[in-house]
Design a protein around this ligand. Structure first.
Ligand code: DC
Length: 226
């Protein structure tokens, strides 16, 4: 199969990264979690108490120059995010970052820099990238675009179960409200909002398990690129 770029976009808690990781493993491609990048920037801002909304573009660029985001793999092949060389994978999934990230991700100058890094990472193709604007902005010419969606209540339930399994004290209504707020921020922001690319393959996984989704997408790739 010729080397391709696979762009996966969609709503929060749709299982984008689960599918992206499985697909990357199957094809022996690189995987880039762009949400983790916005989360790592948010963590840096919170840790350093930067009043980011008061900064102009030049100051934001200076700030981003101080931030180095990288990824490594653990023994199970999972992608681990590093912020300036330190593992932050767990911290960036915590409540403080989750509550703040969608606002940080609205800042134009931050997005521009992240998109730049993402485009560089895909320069040689053979990559699966997931996010909100991959098929529309980062790689508008991606070979295969997938737009993932699922019923909001089902997504909230998945997120709730995930947090519970991690031992966090959570309330379903709170998780549901947070998810709706993130959907709203993602779809209504001015800069690169979440929108389905016209040529994207829509995957509604409300009633599909992980294996079924992977199988469906692998079949679609074989149909298109073999
Ligand atoms: O996929 P996630 O929940 O880890 O994403 C975290 C936040 O970053 C979420 O608010 C959406 C935003 N995001 C974005 O704006 N653009 C991307 N390409 C990826 C994520």
């Amino acid at each position: 199969m010729k080397p391709i770029i696979i762009a996966i976009d969609g709503y929060s808690s749709c299982g984008k990264s689960t599918l992206a990781k499985a697909l990357a493993k199957k094809l022996q491609y690189a995987y880039m979690d762009t949400g983790a990048m916005y989360r790592a920037v948010t963590l840096y801002i919170l840790n350093n108490k930067v009043s980011v909304f008061d900064l102009n573009d030049a100051a934001i660029n200076q700030l981003i120059d101080k931030i180095n985001i990288s990824f490594k793999r653990d023994e199970n092949g999972n992608s681990i995010t590093l912020l300036n060389g330190e593992v932050v994978e767990e911290e960036i999934r915590g409540k403080a970052v989750s509550d703040a990230v969608s606002e940080v991700a609205q800042i134009k100058a931050i997005r521009r820099r992240m998109v730049d890094l993402q485009q560089k990472a895909g320069a040689h193709k053979k990559i699966v990238m997931d996010g909100r604007d991959i098929g529309t902005k980062v790689f508008p010419n991606a070979d295969f675009k997938i737009f993932m969606t699922a019923d909001p209540k089902i997504r909230a339930q998945r997120r709730y179960d995930e947090l519970k399994a991690k031992g966090q004290e959570v309330d379903f209504e709170e998780v549901f409200e947070n998810l709706k707020m993130r959907d709203k921020n993602d779809t209504e922001r001015k800069e690169n909002p979440l929108v389905k690319a016209e040529d994207a393959f829509v995957l509604d996984n409300s009633h599909l398990n992980q294996e079924e989704q992977l199988q469906l997408i692998v079949e679609e790739i074989e149909k298109r690129f073999n």
